[in-house]
Design a protein around this ligand. Structure first.
Ligand code: GDP
Length: 434
C-alpha cells in the first residue's frame, strides 16, 4: 500500500489532520483488546484506496534541537513515503522553519502537496498564495478543526499514488515474512531455513524496497521468504532509517500470508515486539511466534512453560498464534517450522460450509443465550463466511449493536473449538437483517 507522510513544523496541525483522516479506522479497531497502537502510523482509506499514513511529527529523535528533528522527520518522509503532505499554517504565513523543510523537500522527486491549514473560512483564501513561493507544490487550503478542504487534499494525494506493484508469485505460493527487532536472529533464521535439507532455493532473490524475497520449494510446496533484515545485511544505505523499520515491517506484513514474529529467547519480550505483532494481527495475517536462541537459554523443565505463559500474557490479542521455540544456530526444532507454516496457512484459507457453520453457531446460542440490552435480545438469523485469509464471518442479526464484545469472543471461541483455526485471526461482523 502507498505510504503518505505528513511533515511540517510543530503546531501547524499535523496530528489534527492525521486524526481526522484515520479517525474512523481507529474507531473500528478499538474493540480489539490489547493491541498497542502506534498513533503515528495508521491505515487510512480515501475513495476506496487504502494507504498508510505517518505523522512524522510524532517520531521522536532523541533530544535533538527542533530544527534537527524536523530535518530528520522530513528525511524519513523522503525515504519512506510515496506522497508527502507538507503542512503549513495559513495564519502565520511562510516562516523560516517552513523554508528549511521546503529546502529538503526540494531534492525529492516524490510528489509533495502543501496543505495550508487553519483556513477556517473562505475570506482567508488569499492567504494560501504566498506558499507558492516555496516552489515545491500546489497549496491546498484546509481547516483541520472544521474539517474543510480535507477532501480536496486527499483527492490530490490519492491522485499521486504510484501504480501498484503486483508481486508475481504463483497462486499456491505461501509468502512468509520474518519480522522482529534487530538482532533477534532474523537473518540467521532465514539462512537456516534456506540451508535446510531438501530446500530448493530458486537462484533469483528479488529485492524490493523493503525486503529481500527468496522463493524456494520444499516437499512440493512453494514458498517465498520475505526477509526484512536482508536489506541492511546487503549493505544498502539503510542504517539511517533502521529506526523506522516498523514501517518496513508493516509493508512486509502486508505482502505476506504468514508472519513469523521472531523473539529473542535470551532477551525476552519488549514493547516494540508487541507493536509489530499488533500490526500483523490488524492486517489479518496468520502468525507464528518464533522464540529464537533457545540454545542459549539456561533452562529447566519449567522454563518453556513460563516463557509461553509470559508470551500469552503480553500478547493477549494473539492467543491463536502457535509458539515455536527453536535455535537458528544449532537448528534445534527448526524442522517443525515449515510444517507449522503449512498448517497455519491452511487454517488461514479455510472455508467452512454454510450449513456446518450455522449448526455450530446455533448450538453455541443454545448453550449460552444471546445478550439483551434494555429488554431487547440479540437474534442471530443466519451466518455466512464471506472471505478467507483471514476467515471472515457475517452474522445477520436483528440489531448489530447488541453483539457485545464478550459475546463475539464467545462465538469466536466456539468456532475455534469446532474448526482448525490455529494461527489465524478470525473476523466476525454483524449486519442488520430481520
Ligand atoms: P537480525 O538482526 O534479526 O537479522 O539478527 P541476526 O541474524 O543478525 O543475529 C543477531 C545475533 O544473534 C548474531 O550474533 C547471531 O549469531 C546470533 N544468533 C542468531 N540466532 C541465534 C541462535 O539461535 N542462538 C544463538 N545463541 N545466537 C543466535
Amino acid at each position: 500500500k502507498p505510504v503518505v507522510a505528513i511533515v511540517g513544523r510543530p503546531n501547524v496541525g499535523k496530528s489534527t489532520i492525521f486524526n481526522r483522516v484515520v479517525g474512523e479506522r481507529i474507531a473500528i479497531v478499538e474493540d480489539v483488546p490489547g493491541v498497542t497502537r502506534d498513533r503515528i502510523y495508521s491505515k487510512a482509506e480515501w475513495l476506496n484506496k487504502e494507504f498508510n499514513l505517518i505523522d512524522t511529527g510524532g517520531i521522536e529523535i532523541g533530544d535533538e534541537p527542533l530544527l534537527t528533528q524536523m530535518r530528520e522527520q522530513a528525511q524519513i518522509a523522503i525515504d519512506e513515503a510515496d506522497v508527502i503532505v507538507f503542512m503549513v499554517n495559513g495564519r502565520e504565513g511562510v516562516t523560516g522553519a517552513d523554508e528549511e523543510v521546503a529546502n529538503l523537500l526540494f531534492r525529492t522527486k516524490k510528489p509533495v502537496i502543501i496543505g495550508v491549514n487553519k483556513i477556517d473560512n473562505p475570506d482567508m483564501m488569499d492567504k494560501i498564495y504566498e506558499f507558492y513561493s516555496l516552489g515545491i507544490g500546489e497549496p491546498i487550503a484546509i481547516s483541520g478543526s472544521h474539517g474543510l478542504g480535507l477532501g480536496d487534499l486527499l483527492d490530490e494525494v490519492v491522485n499521486q499514488f504510484p501504480e501498484e506493484e503486483e508481486d508475481e508469485y504463483e497462486e499456491d505460493t505461501i509468502r512468509v515474512s520474518v519480522i522482529g527487532r534487530p538482532n533477534v536472529g532474523k537473518s540467521s533464521l532465514v539462512n537456516a531455513v534456506l540451508g535446510e535439507e531438501r530446500v530448493i532455493v530458486s537462484n533469483i532473490a528479488g529485492t524490493t524496497r523493503d525486503a529481500v524475497d527468496t522463493p524456494f520449494e520444499k516437499d512440493d510446496q512453494k514458498y517465498v521468504l520475505i526477509d526484512t533484515a536482508g536489506m541492511r545485511k546487503r549493505g544498502k544505505v539503510y542504517e539511517s532509517t533502521e529506526k523506522y523499520s516498523v514501517l518496513r515491517a508493516l509493508r512486509a506484513i502486508e505482502r505476506s500470508d504468514v508472519v513469523l514474529i521472531v523473539i529473542d529467547g535470551e532477551q525476552g519480550i519488549i514493547e516494540q515486539d508487541k507493536k509489530i505483532a499488533g500490526y500483523a494481527h490488524e492486517a489479518g495475517r496468520a502468525v507464528i511466534m518464533v522464540v529464537n536462541k533457545w540454545d542459549a537459554v539456561e533452562k529447566d523443565d519449567k522454563t518453556m512453560a513460563l516463557f509461553t505463559e509470559n508470551i500469552r500474557e503480553q500478547f493477549l490479542f494473539l492467543s491463536y498464534a502457535p509458539i515455536l521455540f527453536l535455535s537458528a544456530k544449532t537448528k534445534q526444532r527448526l524442522q517443525h517450522l515449515l510444517p507449522l507454516v503449512n498448517n497455519v496457512a491452511d487454517n488461514h484459507n479455510q472455508r467452512i460450509p454454510t450449513h456446518v457453520l450455522n449448526d455450530v453457531i446455533m448450538d453455541a446460542v443454545a448453550m449460552n443465550p444471546t445478550p439483551t440490552d434494555h429488554g431487547k435480545r440479540l437474534r442471530i438469523n443466519y451466518v455466512t463466511q464471506v472471505t478467507v485469509a483471514p476467515p471472515t464471518f457475517v452474522l445477520f442479526v436483528n440489531d448489530p449493536e447488541l453483539l457485545h464484545f464478550s459475546y463475539k469472543r464467545f462465538l469466536e471461541n466456539r468456532l475455534r473449538e469446532a474448526f482448525h483455526f490455529e494461527g489465524t485471526p478470525l473476523r466476525i461482523i454483524a449486519r442488520k437483517k430481520n
